[in-house]
Design a protein around this ligand. Structure first.
Ligand code: ACO
Length: 323
C-alpha cells in the first residue's frame, strides 16, 4: 500500500464587482468585440477597495472546508499560490491561517505566477506522500487588478481577481492508476524568458509595479509548452489524451486553451472553460475552474483530470489526478 493525496473538498470565492468588457472602452482604445475575439474574455471580477488576496483566499478556504466537512484545525498545512500577497511578508498563507482561526500546523506561499497552483499541488502531494502532512489546504488567490497599468490596453483587459481552494487528504492506496488521488506531476521553468512577462516593481524598486507582457511571445510559448507538459505528465503513468475525462487548464485565453486541447487530441466538450467569466486570475484560475466545473456537474468522482498552466518565469507544469 502507498499513500496518495486525494481530493477531499473544493471551493471558491469571487469578489462581488463584475466588470464587463464594455467598461474598458472608456478607459483605453479597445472594444468588447476585440477582447472577446482575441481572448474569449467577456467579464471579470475585481476586488473591492481594501479587499486583499488573503481575504479572498480565506473565503475560498472556508468554502472548501465546508465542502469537505472539516474544521480549520483538521488541516496540517496551508499553501497559498499567489504573486499578489497582501504584504512583502508575512506570507498570505499565514494570514489565511490566522483568518481561519487555525491554532496548529504550518503555512507558506508558493510563487510561480500563473503556474502557482500546479506548483502548489506538487508541493502538497510531496508533503502527503512523504508522511509530513495528512491534510493540506491548497489555495490559489490573486488580486491582479492591483498590478494593472490602466493605460496599457494589451494587458489591463485580460486579468481578474478571485480565489479557489482544494483540500487534499492522505489515503492508503494500492497505487494503481484507477485509484483516486494525484497520479503524476511534471514541472518546468526557464528563467531566460523573464523579459516577456514580469512586474516592473518590488523590493529592488520600492514600488509595487505594473505587469508587463509581450503577449504574442507568451502566446507562442504557451501553446507549445502546455501540450508538452500535459503529455509528459500523462506519459509518466502510461496514459494519453484519449484517457482524459477533463482538462482543467489555466484560463488565460480561449485560443490557447483550444490549441492545447487540439494538440492533446481532447475535444473541447472535455475541457472546463471559465475564462469568459473570470478573465485571467493567474494562480487562482485552475482551482476556480475545478470548483466551478464540479458545481456544474462536469467533474465527477473517478474522473481523470489534467491541470496545466504557464506563467511568468517562465514557469509551467501539469498535474494528473483521479478526482
Ligand atoms: N484592444 C484593441 N486592440 C488591442 C488591444 C486591446 N485591448 N490590445 C492589443 N491590441 C492591438 C495591438 O496593439 C496590436 O496592434 P498593432 O497590430 O497595430 O500593433 C494588435 O491588437 C494585435 O496585437 P497582438 O498582441 O498581436 O494580439 P494577439 O492576437 O496576440 O492577442 C493577447 C493579444 C490576447 C494578449 C494574446 O497574445 C495572449 O493571450 N497572449 C498570452 C497571454 C497569456 O497567456 N498569459 C498567460 C500568462 S499570464 C501570467 O503569467 C501572469
Amino acid at each position: 500500500m502507498t499513500l496518495r493525496a486525494v481530493v477531499k473538498g473544493v471551493g471558491h470565492y469571487l469578489p462581488d464587482r463584475v466588470v464587463p468588457n464594455a467598461e474598458f472602452e472608456s478607459l483605453v482604445d479597445t472594444s468588447d468585440e476585440w477582447i472577446r475575439s482575441r481572448s474569449g474574455i467577456e467579464r471579470r471580477h475585481f476586488a473591492a477597495e481594501g479587499q486583499t488576496t488573503s481575504d479572498l483566499a480565506a473565503r475560498a478556504a472556508r468554502a472548501a472546508l465546508a465542502d469537505a466537512g472539516l474544521d480549520p484545525d483538521d488541516i496540517d498545512a496551508v499553501i497559498v499560490a499567489t504573486s499578489t500577497a497582501d504584504l512583502t511578508f508575512p506570507s498570505a498563507a499565514t494570514m489565511v491561517q490566522a483568518a481561519l482561526g487555525m491554532t496548529r500546523g504550518f503555512a507558506f506561499d508558493v510563487q510561480a505566477v500563473c503556474a502557482g497552483f500546479v506548483y502548489g499541488l506538487a508541493n502538497a502531494n510531496a508533503l502527503i506522500v512523504s508522511g509530513q502532512a495528512r491534510r493540506v489546504l491548497v489555495i490559489g488567490a490573486e488580486t491582479f487588478s492591483r498590478l494593472m497599468d490602466w493605460t496599457d490596453r494589451g494587458t489591463c483587459v485580460l486579468f481578474g481577481d478571485g480565489a479557489g481552494a482544494l483540500i487534499l487528504e492522505a489515503a492508503e492506496s494500492a497505487g494503481s492508476i484507477d485509484d483516486r488521488g494525484i497520479l503524476s506531476v511534471d514541472l518546468h521553468s526557464d528563467g531566460r524568458h523573464k523579459n516577456i512577462l514580469y512586474v516592473d516593481g518590488g523590493v529592488s524598486t520600492g514600488t509595487t509595479g505594473h505587469l508587463r507582457m509581450e503577449g504574442r511571445e507568451v502566446f507562442r510559448h504557451a501553446v507549445e509548452k502546455l501540450a508538452e507538459t500535459a503529455h509528459a505528465a500523462l506519459d509518466k503513468i502510461g496514459l494519453s489524451g484519449a484517457d482524459v475525462d477533463w482538462i482543467v487548464p489555466h484560463q488565460a485565453n480561449i485560443r490557447i486553451i483550444e490549441a492545447t486541447a487540439k494538440r492533446m487530441q481532447v475535444p473541447m466538450d472535455r475541457v472546463v472553460v471559465t475564462v469568459q467569466d473570470h478573465g485571467n486570475t493567474s494562480a487562482a484560475s485552475i482551482p476556480l475552474a475545478l470548483s466551478v466545473g464540479r458545481s456544474r456537474g462536469q467533474i465527477l468522482p473517478g474522473n481523470l483530470v489534467v491541470t496545466e498552466a504557464i506563467g511568468g518565469g517562465l514557469a509551467w507544469g501539469a498535474v494528473v489526478l483521479r478526482w
